[in-house]
Design a protein around this ligand. Structure first.
Ligand code: LIP
Length: 264
């Protein structure tokens, strides 16, 4: 098996095990452990427990790899491979019991920096729907045995577009202004509440496009590979890659329209 396939196989196995744990904790009742960057930015006990499990499994299987996780930070490796992990993306959905949250695991080549890394393999797993989106570089993007393809035929009504809002209330007024610009090219909007699922849905053609300011590397590391392997475009600030400043994914035609209306 090729290296990307090996990495994907491991990520898939661990995502399913992590998903089972997270779903069990969800059924048992969620405990909010703390708030992080803002009052609305919560972390649950399960976020931490699931990341600990994922990190331990990866370290046991590939001890020379680096790690970069939302809850436990970064650890460097010697293999040139780094795992970028969001143990529960959509934590607020998870806490409220909205079945739209996911385990996101990506293996990237190079430094754990979206500006320079090259993703080799990625999975986004929603344990509630039991949907595991997966991709390898050059191997396409898949959901089960269905190969994913972005929509690039957006009709006269405009695109069905996903987005999100950061935890910091100070960013909301500008985000709403941005929204009114994007609505000029949209048939409607979806706020699903988990960037990894939003972006996976673009890869699957369930959304025509998605944009959000303020994403962290672990929110998009795996899902962006799904979009590029499904024939879509992923970008950020003009000429840049997906990142804090901006993350945009769509088919080529809608991407050009989003790029036009978005105020970076
Ligand atoms: C969340 C993203 C969501 C965004 C939130 C937050 P978390 O990630 O999935 O799209 O709007 O601000 O970044 O905190 O649940 O891992």
């Amino acid at each position: 098996m090729s290296l990307p396939s090996d990495l994907l196989h491991l990520a898939t196995e661990i995502a399913r095990e992590a998903g089972e744990l997270a779903f069990r904790r969800r059924r048992e009742g969620v405990t909010i452990a703390a708030t992080k960057s803002a009052l609305a930015d919560i972390v649950t006990e399960a976020d931490r427990e699931v990341e600990t499990l994922i990190r331990a499994r990866l370290a046991a299987a590939r001890p020379d790899d680096g790690f970069f996780g939302e809850e436990s930070g970064a650890g460097s490796g010697t293999s040139g491979i780094t795992w970028v992990v969001d143990p529960i993306d959509g934590t607020v959905n998870y806490a409220y019991g909205i079945p739209a949250w996911a385990i996101s695991i990506a293996a990237v080549e190079g430094e754990p920096d979206p500006a320079t890394w090259s993703a080799l393999a990625g999975v986004v797993y929603n344990p509630v729907s039991d949907e595991l989106f997966r991709a390898t570089r050059g191997g396409g993007a898949w959901l089960g045995d269905h190969r994913l393809q972005v929509n690039d035929e957006v009709g006269p009504a405009g695109g069905l577009i996903g987005t999100g809002f950061g935890y910091d209330p100070a960013t909301h007024a500008a985000a709403l202004e941005q929204l009114s610009r994007v609505m000029t090219i949209s048939r409607d909007l979806r706020r699903i509440g988990a960037a990894s699922l939003d972006i996976a849905f673009v890869a699957a053609g369930r959304l025509d496009g998605y944009y959000e300011r303020g994403l962290q590397p672990w929110d998009h590391a795996a899902a962006v590979l799904l979009v590029t392997e499904a024939g879509g475009i992923a970008g950020g600030a003009p000429g840049g890659v997906p990142g804090r400043e901006m993350t945009i994914v769509a088919g080529a035609r809608l991407y050009a329209k989003l790029d036009e209306v978005i105020d970076y």
